[in-house]
Design a protein around this ligand. Structure first.
Ligand code: NIG
Ligand code: FE
Length: 429
């Protein structure tokens, strides 16, 4: 595992080339090289181009090539690894019974208001040991990897106290060290009001802002700060207060915005210069305009809308309004218990009027932009991390066409083959 690799003869090299978010109609352009090849050296993409040119360059370079893995991608499409930019992957316990209640007609918010929902997972996460959270985290990352995900964001938010929030973030740091996937940590301490602060929302925000957030920033435990800005959860004013403090402490911002009620979360994201606003099922026209103007990535989570039986975010309008749209799973134990990238593709293309090309940009370069990493990952460009997927099929069009089924044959992480369907799955070093 030295990160040296030549991938040759790719029927389609879908580069998604770029170093920043793709806005509006730029999302439809995938910058495809037919019959392409890539050289990765020590984990970093060293050359990308036509197969004949790259093979010539590889032979001529004079180096000893015995330490390069060679992958023949004849008849296959090669794409950047997927970036799942919104998940809640570290948690204790499950909420299968709540799913059954929802099937019988109870709404997500009703369940939350009678003491279930997020608080239910909070109790289980407080009780879980760091080791238990680590072990379940590894299994979840393995599953994500099999779907072609090479970078994932993970949120805290199932502690709602100092100790457990920090425990979740420390588990993510450990996962980032020991697992192939890169894990980007987000502090979501203000995700719900814990029982001990019932009726004292402002005091809870003050506690998070003055006690927990500075420690998180000091110890570099999170790169982003997020909040659940929603009716009967946290208001726009409360969100502004917490996120402004987070910004002062050097964290970048994300928001769970306008998911169930149109509250002005998209507008707030633009006002504060957030990197992304997520969910956005109810975003207003003004909010969409503001996000486009401020360069906020609109991160859409169609599997959550599907799971909650809500109508989808207006991704078409956002793209047509020149927003940069990202897609992600929102993997979590409550509203959306899935790590399935094929499900996200199916819903985006069949139910949101987003084209296959736009969906690919949304899960690669724009997912990277939603994590402030569009200059490092999310495309097959020289100088970026060698994170790639090889499909079982000759074209990217097979991704949504093979409905709900993964088309991933191989996953390459920083120039190393880490998943190969033909070799039985994940390759352990
Ligand atoms: O993104 N909306 C708030 N948070 C999560 C759900 C968390 C949960 O239900 O456990 C979401 O949907
Ligand atoms: Fe979420």
């Amino acid at each position: 595992m030295n990160g040296n690799m030549l991938i040759k003869n790719a029927e389609q090299l879908v580069t998604c080339s770029g170093i920043s978010a793709k806005k509006g109609n730029e999302m439809a352009d995938l910058h495809i090289i037919e019959d392409g090849a890539v050289i990765i050296k020590e984990g970093v993409i060293a050359a990308v181009g036509q197969n004949a040119d790259i093979e010539k360059q590889f032979k001529k370079s004079g180096a000893d090539h015995s330490d390069f893995d060679i992958i023949d991608a004849r008849g296959k499409a090669v794409l950047p690894g997927f970036v799942d930019s919104h998940t809640h992957l570290v948690f204790g316990g499950y909420r299968a019974e709540e799913f059954s209640w929802r099937l019988r007609g109870d709404s997500y918010m009703e369940i939350m208001q009678r003491g279930g929902g997020i608080v239910n997972t909070v109790n289980a996460t407080r009780q879980a040991s760091a080791e238990e959270l680590l072990q379940s985290g590894i299994k979840r990352l393995n599953s994500m990897l099999s779907f072609g995900v090479t970078t994932v964001e993970g949120k805290s938010g199932y502690g709602l106290d100092r100790e457990t929030e920090i425990k979740q973030l420390e588990v993510m740091a450990r996962l980032n060290q020991i697992h192939y996937l890169d894990v980007v940590p987000t502090f979501l301490g203000v995700h719900a009001v814990p029982q001990e602060y019932s009726g004292k929302q402002d005091a809870f925000i003050d506690f998070m802002a003055t006690d927990v957030l500075p420690r998180v920033a000091d110890q570099n435990l999170a790169e982003f700060c997020d909040i659940f800005c929603e009716e009967n959860v946290f208001s726009v004013e409360q969100s502004r207060r917490l996120l402004s403090r987070a910004k002062e402490l050097g964290l970048k911002l994300k928001l769970h915005a306008d998911e169930i009620v149109q509250l002005g979360g998209a507008e707030l994201a633009a006002e504060l210069g957030a990197v992304s606003a997520d969910h956005l099922l109810q975003a207003s026209d003004q909010g969409i305009k503001d996000m486009a103007a401020a360069g906020v990535v609109a991160t859409l989570l169609p599997a959550t809308a599907f799971s909650l039986n809500e109508s989808y975010a207006n991704g078409r309008k956002m793209i047509d309004s020149n927003c940069a749209v990202a897609l992600a799973t929102d993997f979590n134990p409550g509203s959306c218990f899935t790590e399935s990238i094929p499900l996200v593709f199916a819903l985006a293309t069949l139910h949101m009027n987003i084209s296959t090309e736009e969906a690919i940009s949304a899960l690669t370069i724009n997912g990277a932009a939603a994590l402030s990493r569009a200059d490092q990952i999310g495309s097959i460009d020289r100088g970026k991390k060698g994170d790639l997927v090889v499909l079982e099929f000759p074209s990217y069009t097979y991704i949504p066409y093979h409905l709900g089924v993964s088309t991933i044959e191989k996953v390459i992480k920083q120039g190393n083959l880490v998943f190969d369907k033909e070799k039985g799955g994940i390759i352990h070093c």
